[in-house]
Design a protein around this ligand. Structure first.
Ligand code: C5P
Length: 232
């Protein structure tokens, strides 16, 4: 699995996002488009960024009945994204349906990964709100195994969990990990963070980096620093 840095383009609208991407004149980062940008700018923003030559991770975290997810994934696949995701909590049947919808007529498809438990969900909330009584680590690993059994390519997880996920699900099972900060940078609202270098050591396949790049004085230099530390 080739390692790469994915830039989380968490902007409120199309103009801010394109203005940011205009700064990258000599490289084309892998871009993550999340709900905020997608809901404000619509599918056209995906086509426009794709046409500029970027790879795209469309982070919409689908979770619905299998038939609805299958049909929605077919639409996302036609947008020609490179990676997309869903909630493993939607069950194996939903993940299998998603994979079917995502697969194009020629057999190709975007990488499909699953969110296990959101990192914003505490073990306490899981027990009290969701009535899930197993330890959160076990739930994360169980959901990762479900994703693998359903034929998915990997999961979103903390870099700190990447090694364990690989041990359980194999070295080729992709780990996409947010929560990355430079050793000398602001942590912001992320709780358990690692540096790009440490994420590499821990076995992450892709790191998702937002504010350390988007809010940097020189975003291109910050991106290149990430690549240098993570990819080498
Ligand atoms: O700005 P920052 O580097 O914290 O951005 C991280 C990105 O990864 C954001 O788009 C955030 O929504 C996403 N993310 C995360 N933790 C998860 C899943 C996604 O931070 N567990």
């Amino acid at each position: 699995m080739g390692k790469d840095v994915i830039v989380a383009c968490d902007f409120a609208g199309k103009e801010q996002c394109l203005e940011f991407l205009d700064k990258f004149t000599d490289c084309k980062p892998f871009v993550k488009i999340g709900m905020e940008l997608f809901y404000s700018a619509g599918p056209d923003i995906v086509k426009e960024i794709k046409a500029r030559g970027h790879k795209i991770f469309l982070d919409l975290k689908l979770h619905d009945i299998p038939n609805t997810v299958m049909k929605s994934m077919a639409v996302l696949s036609n947008l020609d994204v490179d990676m997309t995701n869903l909630h493993a909590a939607g069950t194996k049947a939903m993940m299998e349906a998603a994979l079917k919808g995502l697969t194009r007529e020629d057999g190709t498809r975007p990488i499909l990964i699953a969110v296990t438990q959101l990192t914003s969900t505490s073990e306490e909330a899981m027990k009290e709100d969701l009535l899930i009584n197993a330890p959160i680590d076990e739930v994360v690993m169980h959901y990762a195994e479900n994703a693998k059994a359903a034929g998915l390519d990997g999961v979103v997880c903390s870099p700190l969990e990447a090694g364990k996920v690989h041990n359980r699900c194999g070295e080729n099972f992709v780990t996409v990990t947010p929560g990355v900060r430079f050793a000398d940078g602001d942590v912001g609202d992320q709780k358990r963070v690692t540096t790009p270098e440490k994420a590499k050591e821990l076995g992450s396949d892709y790191i998702v980096v937002g504010r350390p790049i988007t809010a940097a004085e020189d975003p291109v230099a910050a991106y290149k620093r990430c690549v240098a530390e993570f990819v080498g």
